[in-house]
Design a protein around this ligand. Structure first.
Ligand code: HEC
Length: 136
């Protein structure tokens, strides 16, 4: 009996460790917002190290993002459909990473205008998805 309970605790611990929760997503969303702020202040202070640190943060956090396990397990068809609209897809991750790289390259070569444009494109990805939620 005791063994079974311990086994259950360990098992649920493993499950918990493997799952990505809505709270994890909120934490990562805030991480991305913070990274965007860092990039922005790098633009304002014209500081490459700051821009690079922000880009590094952004690409690190975005790589961790995935649809919350609880949403993947959603049974209600309508809710599932709505969830899918705001799930971080590989396509979006790729777009964000690509533009983040453009920011670095352009800023380094002194082309701040193009760097800011790439930043705006990333911002567009954030806002596009968030707008979907407001339609709920
Ligand atoms: C594919 C969809 C999607 C994309 C792209 C996306 N988000 Fe989000 N974002 C969400 C969802 C869903 C929530 C709501 C999470 C919740 O409340 O459970 C959210 C919430 C947030 C929040 C609020 C977190 C809080 O504390 O409540 C911030 C800040 C945020 N996102 C920043 C960003 C930034 C910055 C980007 C772009 C770099 C971005 N998001 C891109 C889906 C997205």
């Amino acid at each position: 009996m005791k063994k079974a309970v311990i086994g259950l605790v360990i098992f649920s611990g493993l499950l918990f460790g493997a799952s990505y929760t809505k709270e994890d997503r909120i934490r990562d969303m805030n991480g991305m917002a913070n990274a965007m702020n860092v990039i922005q202040s790098g633009f304002f202070y014209n500081n490459y190290e700051t821009v690079a640190a922000g880009v590094d943060d952004l690409t690190t956090v975005v790589a961790k993002m995935r649809p919350p396990t609880e949403e993947l397990n959603e049974k209600d068809i309508m809710a599932k459909f709505m969830n899918q609209k705001v799930q971080m897809s590989n396509k979006i991750v790729k777009k964000i990473n690509k533009k983040a790289l453009t920011i670095l390259q352009r800023f380094k070569s002194g082309d701040t205008t193009q760097a800011v444009q790439a930043y705006t494109k990333i911002m567009g990805q954030c806002v596009k998805c968030h707008n979907e939620m407001r339609n709920w």
